[in-house]
Design a protein around this ligand. Sequence first.
Ligand SMILES: Cc1cc2nc3c(=O)[nH]c(=O)nc-3n(C[C@H](O)[C@H](O)[C@H](O)COP(=O)(O)O)c2cc1C
Length: 315
Amino acid sequence: MSVDTIRVQMGGLHLANPLLLASGVHGSSLVKVLQALRYGAGGAVTKSIGPEAREGYAEPTVVEVEGGMVNAAGLPNPGAERFALELGQLKGKRLPLFVSIFGADEEEFANVAEALDANDFVAFELNLSCPHVAGVGTEVGHDPELVARVVSAVKSETDKPVFAKLSPNTERLVEVAQAAVDSGADGLTAINTVKAMPIDVESGRPALSNGFGGLSGGAIRPIALRCVYELRERFDVPIMGCGGVSTWEHAVQFFLAGADAVQIGTATVRRLEIFNDINLGILAYMERKGFSALSEMVGASHLKGGLHEAPREPA
Ligand SMILES: Cc1cc2nc3c(=O)[nH]c(=O)nc-3n(C[C@H](O)[C@H](O)[C@H](O)COP(=O)(O)O)c2cc1C
């Protein structure tokens, strides 16, 4: 079976395969992001970049728990102006790089998009969903009207495709997605981390310096799959699934739920080389099941007979 079988076309983008490095897990340096591409990722998303440099929270910012980890890094990043200089060094390289941005309102998002847009990368991802920084993240992403204004403002600054990254920490997931799509979002990413709090029994206090943070890793995969499934029921736009993927079976679960591509975060902390193995597993599964293109299995779990009925036509 040819590797062309797992090529992805979504939102005007062409990716060599459907696996991307998720935003932020390796911090804001581009080194790991570029390494992920060398290890077989079809794309990679940068750390979320805001209008000004931020230091982030004091340690501890990450705590391991069963099935994953809880982090509250506080969106440390160099700010848009400095990050634009870093991106400038990739000029002409034509990498499948997505730049993640955040802000408190439409003006801040638009300013960051404007500061970065002239560089060589393929798409923006809007972080509407960080659960542990007051004033940005989910406080933006739980408000459909604000999301509509943010997406419109960013779209007016760029011709690049714009993906809205959604939060699982709201009952208004579909409403927020609708606002993003109606305002011109080219695709959706689901999900960011799940709001959580580990507690340390020795100190008797929350284990993270910030108190609460975001749970990621295997424990959140069924939540992420449910979100992708709900979104695919309603929308024909490209969807990137994210949350708890560490094997090819997990990636396939997301395709069946309706994702066109899959992002991997936490599992890459232990093994950034994971992408090649998962791609090979997906290819072997497709061969065994008789799929000749990824789009044939996207959303197949929505059919009553599962894989035994004709798959949905690609959007
Ligand atoms: C340490 C850490 C930092 C993260 N930073 C960001 C970020 O800057 N922007 C963002 O949109 N998501 C961020 N995320 C969320 C991930 O991109 C991803 O949505 C989430 O971890 C679920 O995927 P996973 O279970 O594969 O890690 C971060 C996650 C972790 C663990």
